[in-house]
Write a protein that binds this ligand. Structure first.
Ligand code: SF4
Length: 124
């Protein structure tokens, strides 16, 4: 159950719920029962409620079990953004390692581009 992530979409945002993180504070379904109702399946039904109201409620989740992302990108755009961000992250990590591990014997000709390319190509 630890890695289970459930997603619920209303067209504008996708609500993400991680059951293993939920501490059952009851905050969500006491405050916004038309969206969060543990007696129903699925227990989160965002259709018909203002997105801003849902976001406000999600931001009050004390455990972080609830989160959301806005549905603003197409899948190809998201894949491209992930590739760019992953490449930039890998480069920042290498800079960090080189600055911290100055006594290491770095292989100056090490070509990380294959590793980065493999990683980013396998995201899609
Ligand atoms: S507010 Fe968060 S922690 Fe509380 S019941 Fe809802 S999802 Fe679980």
């Amino acid at each position: 159950m630890e890695n289970i992530t459930k997603k619920y979409n209303n067209g504008e945002i996708t609500i993400v719920w991680k059951p293993a993180v939920c501490i059952h504070s009851t905050k969500c379904f006491r405050s916004l029962p038309n969206v969060f109702d543990p007696r129903k399946r699925p227990w989160i039904t965002p259709a018909g409620t203002e997105t801003n109201q849902i976001i406000e409620q999600i931001n009050q989740c004390p455990s972080g079990a609830l989160s959301y992302f806005k549905n603003e990108m197409s899948l190809p755009q998201a894949v491209e953004a992930i590739k760019i961000n992953t490449r930039q992250y890998a480069k920042r990590q290498m800079t960090w390692f080189r600055n911290r591990m100055k006594d290491w014997n770095w292989r100056e000709n090490a070509d990380l581009s294959n590793i980065i390319a493999f990683t980013t190509e396998n995201i899609a």
